[in-house]
Design a protein around this ligand. Structure first.
Ligand code: APR
Ligand code: PHB
Length: 389
Protein backbone atom coordinates (compact mmCIF):
# COMPACT_ATOMS: atom_id res chain seq x y z
CA UNK A 1 0.00 0.00 0.00
CA UNK A 2 1.12 3.58 -0.67
CA UNK A 3 0.10 6.93 0.81
CA UNK A 4 1.55 10.40 1.17
CA UNK A 5 1.62 10.49 4.97
CA UNK A 6 1.72 7.36 7.14
CA UNK A 7 0.39 8.27 10.58
CA UNK A 8 1.31 5.98 13.47
CA UNK A 9 -1.25 6.19 16.30
CA UNK A 10 -4.97 6.97 16.35
CA UNK A 11 -5.07 9.09 19.50
CA UNK A 12 -6.19 12.73 19.24
CA UNK A 13 -2.89 13.79 17.59
CA UNK A 14 -3.01 11.18 14.80
CA UNK A 15 -6.75 11.54 14.15
CA UNK A 16 -6.68 15.34 14.05
CA UNK A 17 -3.62 15.36 11.80
CA UNK A 18 -5.36 12.90 9.47
CA UNK A 19 -8.43 15.15 9.14
CA UNK A 20 -6.36 18.33 8.64
CA UNK A 21 -4.29 16.66 5.91
CA UNK A 22 -7.46 15.34 4.28
CA UNK A 23 -8.90 18.87 4.29
CA UNK A 24 -5.75 20.01 2.44
CA UNK A 25 -6.05 17.19 -0.12
CA UNK A 26 -3.16 15.14 1.31
CA UNK A 27 -3.99 11.44 1.54
CA UNK A 28 -2.96 9.57 4.66
CA UNK A 29 -3.31 6.19 6.35
CA UNK A 30 -3.43 5.62 10.11
CA UNK A 31 -1.88 2.54 11.73
CA UNK A 32 -3.08 1.92 15.28
CA UNK A 33 -2.03 -0.92 17.56
CA UNK A 34 -5.27 -1.10 19.56
CA UNK A 35 -8.97 -1.52 18.71
CA UNK A 36 -11.21 1.57 18.41
CA UNK A 37 -13.02 0.55 21.63
CA UNK A 38 -9.75 0.33 23.52
CA UNK A 39 -8.72 3.79 22.30
CA UNK A 40 -12.11 5.18 23.37
CA UNK A 41 -11.92 3.48 26.76
CA UNK A 42 -8.99 5.60 27.95
CA UNK A 43 -10.12 8.31 30.37
CA UNK A 44 -8.03 11.45 30.05
CA UNK A 45 -8.33 15.17 30.78
CA UNK A 46 -11.05 17.22 29.19
CA UNK A 47 -10.26 20.92 28.93
CA UNK A 48 -9.92 22.45 25.46
CA UNK A 49 -8.34 25.77 24.51
CA UNK A 50 -10.25 27.89 21.99
CA UNK A 51 -7.52 27.12 19.44
CA UNK A 52 -8.16 23.40 19.83
CA UNK A 53 -11.91 23.86 19.35
CA UNK A 54 -11.18 25.94 16.23
CA UNK A 55 -9.16 23.06 14.79
CA UNK A 56 -12.05 20.66 15.42
CA UNK A 57 -14.31 23.15 13.63
CA UNK A 58 -11.87 23.44 10.74
CA UNK A 59 -12.13 19.71 10.08
CA UNK A 60 -15.90 19.67 10.57
CA UNK A 61 -15.72 17.69 13.84
CA UNK A 62 -16.65 20.46 16.27
CA UNK A 63 -20.44 20.53 16.24
CA UNK A 64 -21.04 18.14 19.16
CA UNK A 65 -18.38 19.95 21.22
CA UNK A 66 -20.31 23.21 20.69
CA UNK A 67 -23.59 21.48 21.65
CA UNK A 68 -22.42 19.48 24.64
CA UNK A 69 -19.20 21.18 25.80
CA UNK A 70 -19.31 23.53 28.78
CA UNK A 71 -17.73 26.92 28.17
CA UNK A 72 -15.86 28.24 31.20
CA UNK A 73 -15.01 31.92 31.56
CA UNK A 74 -13.09 31.53 34.80
CA UNK A 75 -11.29 29.16 37.13
CA UNK A 76 -10.90 29.07 40.90
CA UNK A 77 -7.83 28.69 43.09
CA UNK A 78 -8.33 27.56 46.69
CA UNK A 79 -5.71 27.96 49.39
CA UNK A 80 -5.46 28.92 53.08
CA UNK A 81 -9.17 28.19 53.55
CA UNK A 82 -10.61 30.46 50.87
CA UNK A 83 -11.29 30.48 47.15
CA UNK A 84 -10.38 33.08 44.53
CA UNK A 85 -11.80 33.31 41.03
CA UNK A 86 -9.63 34.14 38.05
CA UNK A 87 -11.70 35.77 35.32
CA UNK A 88 -10.09 34.28 32.22
CA UNK A 89 -12.50 35.99 29.84
CA UNK A 90 -11.99 39.48 31.31
CA UNK A 91 -8.21 39.07 31.41
CA UNK A 92 -7.63 37.48 28.02
CA UNK A 93 -10.88 37.69 26.02
CA UNK A 94 -10.73 33.89 25.82
CA UNK A 95 -12.57 30.97 27.39
CA UNK A 96 -11.96 27.25 27.88
CA UNK A 97 -14.26 24.36 27.05
CA UNK A 98 -14.90 21.25 29.13
CA UNK A 99 -15.29 18.41 26.64
CA UNK A 100 -13.74 15.01 27.40
CA UNK A 101 -10.83 13.76 25.35
CA UNK A 102 -12.83 10.57 24.77
CA UNK A 103 -15.51 12.65 23.06
CA UNK A 104 -12.92 14.51 20.96
CA UNK A 105 -11.50 11.15 19.87
CA UNK A 106 -14.95 9.75 19.04
CA UNK A 107 -15.88 12.83 16.97
CA UNK A 108 -12.60 12.61 15.03
CA UNK A 109 -13.03 8.85 14.48
CA UNK A 110 -16.53 9.45 13.11
CA UNK A 111 -15.28 12.26 10.84
CA UNK A 112 -12.55 9.97 9.53
CA UNK A 113 -15.01 7.18 8.85
CA UNK A 114 -17.42 9.57 7.13
CA UNK A 115 -14.58 10.80 4.89
CA UNK A 116 -13.82 7.19 3.95
CA UNK A 117 -10.16 7.41 5.01
CA UNK A 118 -8.14 4.28 5.72
CA UNK A 119 -7.39 3.41 9.34
CA UNK A 120 -5.83 0.08 10.18
CA UNK A 121 -6.60 -0.83 13.77
CA UNK A 122 -4.97 -3.78 15.54
CA UNK A 123 -1.82 -3.28 13.47
CA UNK A 124 0.91 -5.24 15.28
CA UNK A 125 4.68 -4.73 15.21
CA UNK A 126 4.42 -1.32 13.54
CA UNK A 127 7.90 -0.08 12.66
CA UNK A 128 9.08 3.00 10.76
CA UNK A 129 12.01 2.50 8.36
CA UNK A 130 14.31 4.54 6.10
CA UNK A 131 13.04 7.93 7.29
CA UNK A 132 16.52 9.32 6.73
CA UNK A 133 16.08 8.59 2.99
CA UNK A 134 13.57 9.87 0.39
CA UNK A 135 11.71 6.55 0.56
CA UNK A 136 10.39 6.00 4.06
CA UNK A 137 8.11 3.06 4.79
CA UNK A 138 6.29 1.51 7.72
CA UNK A 139 6.08 -2.23 8.24
CA UNK A 140 3.35 -3.88 10.32
CA UNK A 141 1.49 -7.13 10.77
CA UNK A 142 -2.26 -7.32 10.26
CA UNK A 143 -4.17 -10.54 10.99
CA UNK A 144 -0.88 -12.40 11.01
CA UNK A 145 0.15 -11.10 7.57
CA UNK A 146 3.29 -8.96 7.17
CA UNK A 147 2.41 -5.70 5.34
CA UNK A 148 4.21 -2.54 4.25
CA UNK A 149 3.07 1.04 3.78
CA UNK A 150 5.32 3.18 1.57
CA UNK A 151 4.95 6.95 1.91
CA UNK A 152 6.53 10.39 1.52
CA UNK A 153 6.46 11.13 5.26
CA UNK A 154 5.84 9.39 8.58
CA UNK A 155 4.03 11.14 11.43
CA UNK A 156 4.81 9.56 14.80
CA UNK A 157 1.63 10.27 16.78
CA UNK A 158 1.96 7.14 18.88
CA UNK A 159 2.16 8.60 22.37
CA UNK A 160 4.82 8.42 25.05
CA UNK A 161 5.36 4.65 24.77
CA UNK A 162 5.21 4.56 20.97
CA UNK A 163 7.62 3.07 18.49
CA UNK A 164 8.41 6.23 16.48
CA UNK A 165 10.62 8.04 18.99
CA UNK A 166 12.15 4.69 19.99
CA UNK A 167 13.23 4.12 16.35
CA UNK A 168 15.50 7.16 16.29
CA UNK A 169 19.16 6.42 16.90
CA UNK A 170 20.13 7.69 20.36
CA UNK A 171 22.81 10.06 19.03
CA UNK A 172 20.17 11.97 17.02
CA UNK A 173 17.81 12.77 19.90
CA UNK A 174 18.07 14.48 23.27
CA UNK A 175 15.46 13.98 25.95
CA UNK A 176 14.65 15.99 29.06
CA UNK A 177 12.66 14.51 31.91
CA UNK A 178 11.37 15.26 35.40
CA UNK A 179 9.33 12.77 37.36
CA UNK A 180 7.29 14.24 40.21
CA UNK A 181 7.29 12.53 43.60
CA UNK A 182 3.49 11.98 43.69
CA UNK A 183 0.56 10.89 41.54
CA UNK A 184 -3.04 11.91 40.90
CA UNK A 185 -5.83 9.64 42.02
CA UNK A 186 -8.85 10.45 39.84
CA UNK A 187 -12.46 9.34 40.02
CA UNK A 188 -15.38 9.80 37.71
CA UNK A 189 -18.89 9.83 39.22
CA UNK A 190 -22.45 10.43 38.08
CA UNK A 191 -22.82 13.45 40.37
CA UNK A 192 -23.23 17.15 39.61
CA UNK A 193 -20.06 19.28 39.81
CA UNK A 194 -19.24 21.06 43.07
CA UNK A 195 -19.16 24.42 41.33
CA UNK A 196 -19.79 25.50 37.74
CA UNK A 197 -16.06 26.19 37.28
CA UNK A 198 -12.94 24.18 38.12
CA UNK A 199 -11.40 24.41 41.61
CA UNK A 200 -7.65 23.84 41.98
CA UNK A 201 -6.81 23.49 45.67
CA UNK A 202 -3.49 23.83 47.49
CA UNK A 203 -3.79 22.16 50.91
CA UNK A 204 -1.46 21.00 53.67
CA UNK A 205 -2.65 17.41 52.96
CA UNK A 206 -1.91 17.77 49.25
CA UNK A 207 -3.43 19.05 46.02
CA UNK A 208 -7.06 18.49 44.97
CA UNK A 209 -8.97 19.35 41.79
CA UNK A 210 -12.72 19.45 41.21
CA UNK A 211 -13.55 19.24 37.53
CA UNK A 212 -16.34 17.75 35.45
CA UNK A 213 -17.42 16.15 32.21
CA UNK A 214 -20.97 17.52 32.17
CA UNK A 215 -23.52 19.02 34.56
CA UNK A 216 -24.30 15.45 35.67
CA UNK A 217 -20.85 13.90 35.68
CA UNK A 218 -17.93 14.96 37.86
CA UNK A 219 -14.23 14.26 37.74
CA UNK A 220 -12.22 14.76 40.92
CA UNK A 221 -8.54 14.28 41.69
CA UNK A 222 -6.46 14.17 44.87
CA UNK A 223 -2.68 14.11 45.03
CA UNK A 224 -1.59 10.68 46.29
CA UNK A 225 1.59 8.73 46.91
CA UNK A 226 3.23 6.97 43.98
CA UNK A 227 3.15 3.81 46.09
CA UNK A 228 -0.63 3.96 46.49
CA UNK A 229 -2.86 1.49 44.69
CA UNK A 230 -6.52 2.14 43.77
CA UNK A 231 -7.58 -0.79 46.00
CA UNK A 232 -6.38 1.25 48.97
CA UNK A 233 -8.81 3.98 48.00
CA UNK A 234 -12.40 2.83 48.42
CA UNK A 235 -14.86 5.57 47.38
CA UNK A 236 -15.53 6.60 50.98
CA UNK A 237 -11.85 7.24 51.66
CA UNK A 238 -11.58 9.26 48.45
CA UNK A 239 -14.55 11.51 49.28
CA UNK A 240 -13.34 12.01 52.87
CA UNK A 241 -9.88 13.00 51.67
CA UNK A 242 -11.28 15.34 49.02
CA UNK A 243 -13.49 17.07 51.60
CA UNK A 244 -10.52 17.62 53.90
CA UNK A 245 -8.70 19.44 51.08
CA UNK A 246 -11.57 21.78 50.07
CA UNK A 247 -13.00 24.96 51.58
CA UNK A 248 -16.21 24.71 53.62
CA UNK A 249 -18.43 26.17 50.87
CA UNK A 250 -17.18 23.55 48.41
CA UNK A 251 -17.66 20.77 50.98
CA UNK A 252 -21.23 21.93 51.57
CA UNK A 253 -22.07 21.68 47.88
CA UNK A 254 -20.17 18.44 47.20
CA UNK A 255 -22.51 15.62 46.24
CA UNK A 256 -20.84 12.23 46.51
CA UNK A 257 -21.74 8.98 44.79
CA UNK A 258 -20.25 5.72 43.59
CA UNK A 259 -17.23 6.01 41.31
CA UNK A 260 -17.57 4.73 37.76
CA UNK A 261 -13.84 4.91 37.09
CA UNK A 262 -10.86 5.23 39.40
CA UNK A 263 -7.21 5.39 38.44
CA UNK A 264 -3.82 6.68 39.56
CA UNK A 265 -1.62 8.58 37.11
CA UNK A 266 2.02 9.53 37.63
CA UNK A 267 3.11 13.10 36.81
CA UNK A 268 5.95 13.72 34.41
CA UNK A 269 7.53 16.51 32.37
CA UNK A 270 9.27 15.19 29.25
CA UNK A 271 10.53 16.71 26.01
CA UNK A 272 12.34 15.10 23.06
CA UNK A 273 14.41 17.31 20.79
CA UNK A 274 14.22 17.66 17.84
CA UNK A 275 10.73 16.68 16.63
CA UNK A 276 11.83 15.94 13.07
CA UNK A 277 14.18 13.21 11.87
CA UNK A 278 14.51 13.41 8.10
CA UNK A 279 11.10 12.34 6.78
CA UNK A 280 9.65 11.41 10.18
CA UNK A 281 7.99 13.89 12.52
CA UNK A 282 6.91 13.42 16.13
CA UNK A 283 3.71 15.04 17.40
CA UNK A 284 1.77 15.03 20.69
CA UNK A 285 2.71 12.76 23.58
CA UNK A 286 5.31 11.02 21.39
CA UNK A 287 7.39 14.20 21.69
CA UNK A 288 6.40 15.69 25.04
CA UNK A 289 4.51 15.02 28.24
CA UNK A 290 3.32 17.59 30.74
CA UNK A 291 1.82 17.04 34.19
CA UNK A 292 -1.97 17.52 33.93
CA UNK A 293 -2.08 20.51 36.31
CA UNK A 294 -2.21 22.99 33.43
CA UNK A 295 -4.51 20.81 31.27
CA UNK A 296 -2.14 21.23 28.34
CA UNK A 297 -1.47 17.67 27.01
CA UNK A 298 -4.25 17.44 24.44
CA UNK A 299 -3.96 21.11 23.51
CA UNK A 300 -0.25 20.72 22.77
CA UNK A 301 -0.97 17.69 20.59
CA UNK A 302 -3.43 19.91 18.69
CA UNK A 303 -0.94 22.75 18.18
CA UNK A 304 1.75 20.31 16.99
CA UNK A 305 -0.49 18.84 14.31
CA UNK A 306 -1.61 22.29 13.25
CA UNK A 307 2.03 23.29 12.64
CA UNK A 308 2.73 19.97 10.94
CA UNK A 309 -0.31 20.00 8.67
CA UNK A 310 0.48 23.55 7.52
CA UNK A 311 4.09 22.55 6.85
CA UNK A 312 3.00 19.57 4.76
CA UNK A 313 0.46 21.65 2.87
CA UNK A 314 3.24 24.09 2.02
CA UNK A 315 5.38 21.17 0.84
CA UNK A 316 2.72 19.74 -1.48
CA UNK A 317 1.01 22.95 -2.66
CA UNK A 318 3.95 25.34 -2.91
CA UNK A 319 6.77 22.82 -3.37
CA UNK A 320 8.51 24.50 -0.42
CA UNK A 321 10.33 22.70 2.41
CA UNK A 322 10.48 25.85 4.57
CA UNK A 323 7.57 24.73 6.79
CA UNK A 324 8.83 21.22 7.39
CA UNK A 325 12.33 22.57 8.04
CA UNK A 326 10.90 24.90 10.69
CA UNK A 327 8.37 22.44 12.21
CA UNK A 328 10.55 21.24 15.07
CA UNK A 329 11.56 24.75 16.15
CA UNK A 330 7.99 26.09 16.07
CA UNK A 331 6.44 23.12 17.84
CA UNK A 332 9.15 22.99 20.51
CA UNK A 333 8.96 26.71 21.13
CA UNK A 334 5.27 26.42 22.03
CA UNK A 335 5.71 23.08 23.82
CA UNK A 336 8.47 24.33 26.13
CA UNK A 337 6.28 27.22 27.26
CA UNK A 338 3.53 24.76 28.16
CA UNK A 339 6.12 22.56 29.89
CA UNK A 340 7.18 25.59 31.92
CA UNK A 341 3.59 26.55 32.76
CA UNK A 342 2.57 23.00 33.72
CA UNK A 343 5.67 22.61 35.91
CA UNK A 344 4.93 25.94 37.60
CA UNK A 345 1.24 25.15 38.25
CA UNK A 346 2.33 21.79 39.65
CA UNK A 347 4.96 23.38 41.87
CA UNK A 348 2.69 25.98 43.47
CA UNK A 349 -0.26 23.64 44.05
CA UNK A 350 1.21 20.35 45.28
CA UNK A 351 2.74 19.25 48.55
CA UNK A 352 6.33 18.18 47.86
CA UNK A 353 7.93 15.67 50.25
CA UNK A 354 10.94 17.91 50.92
CA UNK A 355 9.26 21.33 51.00
CA UNK A 356 9.00 21.65 54.78
CA UNK A 357 7.01 24.37 56.51
CA UNK A 358 8.96 27.10 54.75
CA UNK A 359 8.03 25.66 51.35
CA UNK A 360 4.35 25.52 52.28
CA UNK A 361 4.39 29.16 53.48
CA UNK A 362 6.17 30.29 50.29
CA UNK A 363 3.51 28.53 48.17
CA UNK A 364 0.70 30.32 50.01
CA UNK A 365 2.56 33.64 49.66
CA UNK A 366 2.92 33.05 45.92
CA UNK A 367 -0.76 32.12 45.53
CA UNK A 368 -1.79 35.16 47.58
CA UNK A 369 0.37 37.40 45.40
CA UNK A 370 -0.95 35.70 42.29
CA UNK A 371 -4.64 36.31 42.99
CA UNK A 372 -4.07 39.91 44.09
CA UNK A 373 -1.71 41.08 41.37
CA UNK A 374 -3.31 41.85 38.03
CA UNK A 375 0.01 41.26 36.28
CA UNK A 376 0.48 37.82 37.85
CA UNK A 377 -3.16 36.80 37.33
CA UNK A 378 -2.97 37.88 33.69
CA UNK A 379 0.15 35.80 33.20
CA UNK A 380 -1.58 32.72 34.60
CA UNK A 381 -4.71 33.39 32.53
CA UNK A 382 -2.77 33.87 29.27
CA UNK A 383 -1.00 30.57 29.70
CA UNK A 384 -4.07 28.70 30.93
CA UNK A 385 -6.25 29.68 27.95
CA UNK A 386 -3.35 28.79 25.64
CA UNK A 387 -0.54 30.87 24.14
CA UNK A 388 -0.94 32.01 20.55
CA UNK A 389 0.07 29.58 17.81
N1 APR B 1 1.92 1.13 16.87
C1 APR B 1 0.73 1.70 16.57
N2 APR B 1 0.07 2.51 17.41
C2 APR B 1 0.64 2.77 18.60
C3 APR B 1 1.90 2.25 18.96
C4 APR B 1 2.54 1.38 18.04
N3 APR B 1 3.72 0.82 18.33
N4 APR B 1 2.22 2.70 20.19
C5 APR B 1 1.22 3.48 20.58
N5 APR B 1 0.25 3.53 19.63
C6 APR B 1 -1.03 4.25 19.70
C7 APR B 1 -1.71 4.13 21.05
O1 APR B 1 -2.46 2.94 21.14
C8 APR B 1 -2.59 5.37 21.04
O2 APR B 1 -3.87 5.11 20.51
O3 APR B 1 -0.79 5.62 19.55
C9 APR B 1 -1.85 6.35 20.15
C10 APR B 1 -1.27 7.53 20.91
O4 APR B 1 -2.32 8.27 21.47
P1 APR B 1 -2.19 9.15 22.82
O5 APR B 1 -1.40 8.41 23.82
O6 APR B 1 -3.57 9.58 23.17
O7 APR B 1 -1.29 10.40 22.37
P2 APR B 1 -1.64 11.70 21.50
O8 APR B 1 -2.51 11.37 20.35
O9 APR B 1 -0.34 12.37 21.29
O10 APR B 1 -2.56 12.57 22.44
C11 APR B 1 -2.12 13.48 23.38
O11 APR B 1 -3.38 12.29 24.95
O12 APR B 1 -2.06 11.21 26.48
C12 APR B 1 -2.94 12.23 26.29
O13 APR B 1 -2.34 13.87 27.88
C13 APR B 1 -2.26 13.48 26.55
O14 APR B 1 -4.17 14.62 26.24
C14 APR B 1 -2.96 14.33 25.62
C15 APR B 1 -3.18 13.55 24.42
C1 PHB C 1 -10.07 17.15 33.71
O1 PHB C 1 -11.20 17.60 33.49
O2 PHB C 1 -9.86 15.91 33.76
C2 PHB C 1 -8.94 18.06 33.99
C3 PHB C 1 -9.17 19.43 33.95
C4 PHB C 1 -8.14 20.29 34.22
C5 PHB C 1 -6.90 19.81 34.54
C6 PHB C 1 -6.66 18.43 34.56
C7 PHB C 1 -7.70 17.55 34.29
O3 PHB C 1 -5.90 20.67 34.84
Amino acid sequence: MRTKVAIIGAGPAGLLLGQLLHAYGIDNVILERQTPDYVLGRIRAGLLEEGTVELLDEVGAGSRAHREGLVHEGVELAFAGSRHRIDLKALTGKTMMIYGQTEVTLDLMNAREAAGLTSIYEAADVEPHDFDTDHPRVSYVKDGVACELTCDFIAGCDGFHGVSRASVKPSAIKTFERIYPFGWLGILSETPPVSHELIYSNHARGFALCTMRSMRRSRHYVQCSLDDHVDQWPDERFWDELKRRLDQKAVDSLITGPSIEKSIAPLRSFVAEPMRFGRMFLAGDAAHIVPPTGAKGLNLAASDVRFLSHALREYYDEKSSAGIDDYSRRALSRAWKAVRFSWWMTSILHKFPDQGEIGARIQVAELDYLVHSRAATTSLAENYVGLPY
